[in-house]
Design a binder for this molecule. Structure first.
Ligand code: FES
Ligand SMILES: [Fe+2]
Length: 446
């Protein structure tokens, strides 16, 4: 549990806030590259960390990420014209290059003025289907998190995005939370085949009712979100809903193992290793990609999934995503999540535990949103299964203290090979160390 003041520090991300200042010291995914597909295409307005920006792709294909409001008298550049290697404000025609240089001021002939004014512009990198920006002071950029999928072709990646109307920490904590998987996602596990079929007094009466849900490894994709179960059908070999959590810090943040008993095999253990890369990204055991949670403002965040897929299927899936209730992403208007009705009849009839059609990400979103716009953690009661959540909050709080003391926040990845960060989901001998499954992580007890 946190005090109400600690909770405020954790949750608020605007300019000048303690956490907002910390987050600006990491590369932040800002928008999907598919939103700016071609040179001189229409610009997009982007809100991240409580600030508004305009992003555009100039005639030469370079990305610009600028403060949204024009330096002249504040019209939104998101209304502007993208042309001839810059973006032009509609109001009086001031024109900006991708680096914030003011190229033209039609209502002022003298060039000396525009040479003195520099519009806010930020470094942008393209990787893994996303544009990443750095909003911290110039010259303080950490190493770029070049994950293994960063260089994949667009048609080898599936990028999904759900915009959720709640504080980012509710969604981020959900992304690294292990002990909900065998409960909230019971429908998913049961649909996969050999998974558990009961929680407490609930038992499936015959088949689960949501047999069309996207399930990892069964041709679907939406189920590979937060807390997604293992990829192969039937590989959830445990009825143990109180996993032991072991956590270690790493150069990129931390990793942890959720260790469960294996039903009928006392000499073995079921281990799911999750890697958390400060401050947004989780590699989840059993899911092949990553889940990235980015605050848009204090009460809105994006939950982004990046998943490697067989060559050729990424773009195809994106194109058809609008018809799949569990996938968001192709059109910005479609990204705000709308929950389906909770099916109380199916729950009462023993056909569904949670009552939400659509797979893990819908089930996750339902509980995360249910805590309200910004949950007050002074009211919670943590248990040992929440150890990874506690570590996440501690690293963020440590980062606030370090930055205020003039030092770098933790987990900026100096000396770290981001391409070798992985997760794992495996049955191993009870005597084997789970760290063997993720040898590149350089974990250290703390
Ligand atoms: S407000 Fe943009 S040019 Fe005047
Ligand atoms: Fe989940």
């Amino acid at each position: 549990m946190l005090t109400a003041e600690e909770n405020e520090v954790l949750c608020r991300v605007g300019p000048g806030t303690p956490m907002g200042t910390v987050l600006r010291r990491y590369w932040t995914p800002a928008f999907q590259l598919g939103d700016l597909p071609t040179p001189d295409c229409p610009p997009v307005r982007v809100t991240i960390l409580g600030e508004n920006f305009v992003a555009f792709r100039d005639t030469a294909g370079r990305l610009g990420f600028l403060d949204e409001l024009c330096s002249h008298r504040g019209a939104s550049l998101a209304l502007g014209r993208v042309e001839d290697c810059g973006i032009r404000c509609l109001y009086h025609g001031w024109k900006y290059a991708v680096d914030g240089t003011i190229m033209e001021t039609p209502n002022l002939a003298a060039p000396t003025f525009r040479e003195r004014v520099k519009h806010g512009a930020y470094p942008v990198r393209e990787a893994g289907g996303l544009a990443w920006v750095y909003l911290g002071p110039p010259g303080t950029e950490p190493p770029f998190p070049a994950f293994a999928w960063s260089t994949a072709d667009p048609d080898e990646l599936l990028v999904t995005e759900m915009i959720m109307d709640c504080n980012w920490m509710q969604v981020l904590e959900g992304s690294i939370d292990s002990s909900h998987v065998g409960v909230l996602h019971l429908d998913t596990l049961a649909t996969m085949g050999a998974g558990p079929r009961s929680v407490g007094s609930f038992d499936f009466a015959g088949e689960p009712w949501d047999l069309d849900m996207p399930v990892p490894g069964r041709g679907g994709q939406g189920g590979q979100g937060q807390g997604a179960p293992a990829r192969r059908p039937g590989v959830w070999p445990s009825d143990d809903n109180a996993p032991r959590i072991e956590v270690e810090n790493t150069p990129f943040g931390f990793h942890y193992a959720a260790i469960r008993d294996v039903t009928g095999e006392p000499d073995r253990k079921f281990v799911r290793v999750t890697a958390f890369v400060m401050p947004y990204t989780a590699f989840i055991g059993g899911a092949p990609g990553a889940v990235i949670v980015v605050p848009r403002d204090d009460y809105t965040c994006s939950s982004i999934g990046v998943f490697p897929v067989p060559k050729g299927s990424g773009a195809a899936r994106r194109a058809g995503a609008g018809t799949d209730p569990a996938v968001w992403g192709p059109e910005p208007d479609n990204r705000r999540i709308r929950l389906p009705r909770q099916d109380r009849e199916a729950m009462a009839a023993g056909q569904s535990f949670a009552g939400f059609r659509g797979g893990n990400r819908i089930q996750d979103a339902a509980v995360q949103l249910s805590s309200g716009p910004m949950y007050d953690r002074a009211k919670e009661h943590l248990v040992p299964a929440d150890l990874a959540i506690i570590r996440l909050r501690r690293l963020l709080a440590d980062s606030v203290r370090l930055l205020e003391a003039g030092r770098d926040p933790v987990g900026r990845g100096e000396g770290c090979d981001f391409a070798r960060i992985t997760a794992a989901s495996q049955i191993i001998d009870a005597s084997q160390a789970w760290q063997d499954l993720v040898p590149a992580h350089q974990g250290s007890a703390s």
